[in-house]
Write a protein that binds this ligand. Structure first.
Ligand SMILES: [Zn+2]
Length: 287
């Protein structure tokens, strides 16, 4: 390569890098036509999400995109089941918490559908283990307990909020929901947690970009009256929506503040703060 050619190539590379950085919060769009373009842009910008950045919630919304709520149920925030007969949203006197045993542990009995294969079972049990390690919550196979999680591969990834009493379905579709982080996310709903950006104090930490939210899904960004357990806002919570959740045209719907580049959400499993919050909510270590 001649020196002149080399300089030209260098110049073009620099120009390309510069151009590809112009849009600081680039769009994400999963529709075919734009996919190639988006992929290309992603490659050259540190900000763009790639596969490694898909959060548990992104995956849940992807799986749940097509499904219709089973009869008698509706869904809040994309994956929290609400029964038309009984609602666990309000938990007077913490009635929706799982009871604590005299030995200091909170036992959550579960049934695992025989439709799951060995790999599915390992994934789901890893999701349980990631919560159990570091909290006083223990998931135990149900023997005779009246209240328990009935874990089934129904359509979608979803759970009721807190303990509803009796048998409560928790759906982990296979293979879509077979990530241990997705399982942990749904188990945290079952323990009583809503999504992190639904916290009553979220406006101090994130901006909801309403103009980018699909009109029919704006209700999924409502703030909830939450007990924030004296815990800091957790951008890294497995319960956090991804940056592009319910996006109309691929623009971000949630921007952290003051630094818009703070990564939000993840799919590995409960964060240190998630575990801390479980410990506070269930008063672990009090015995
Ligand atoms: Zn959720």
């Amino acid at each position: 390569m001649t020196k002149a050619m080399y300089s030209t190539v260098m110049l073009l590379s620099i120009l390309y890098c510069f151009l590809s950085q112009v849009s600081p919060l680039p769009v994400k769009n999963s529709t075919g036509a734009n996919e190639g373009k988006v992929r290309l842009k992603r490659k050259y910008s540190d900000e763009m999400p790639d596969y490694d950045d898909i959060t548990a919630m992104d995956q849940i919304l992807e799986v749940n995109r097509m499904f219709r709520a089973p009869r008698g149920l509706s869904f809040r925030e994309g994956d929290i089941a609400v029964s038309h007969v009984r609602s666990a949203i309000n938990c007077p006197g913490n009635a929706c918490l799982w009871p604590k045993s005299v030995d200091g542990f909170v036992y959550v009995p579960y049934l695992l559908s025989p439709l799951y294969d060995d790999m599915d079972r390992i994934t789901i049990e890893t999701g349980m283990q990631d919560i159990a390690t570091g909290t006083c919550v223990k998931f135990i196979p149900r023997t005779h307990e009246a209240s328990f999680l009935d874990i089934q591969p129904r359509y979608g990834c979803w759970s009721f909020l807190g303990q509803t009493g009796g048998s409560q379905t928790l759906s982990l579709q296979t293979p879509g929901c077979m990530w241990s982080g997705v399982a942990s996310h749904e188990f945290m709903h079952a323990l009583g947690f809503v999504h992190e950006q639904s916290r009553s104090d979220r406006d101090h930490y994130v901006t909801i970009v309403w103009k980018n939210v699909m009109r029919d899904y704006m209700h999924n960004f409502r703030k909830q009256v939450t007990n924030n357990l004296n815990s800091p806002y957790d951008y890294n919570s497995v319960m956090h929506y991804g940056r592009y959740a319910f996006s109309e045209d691929g623009g971000p719907t949630i921007i952290p503040k003051p630094d818009p580049y703070i990564p939000i959400g993840q799919r590995d499993g409960p964060s240190a703060l998630d575990l801390h919050k479980i410990n506070v909510l269930y008063n672990c270590g009090a015995n």
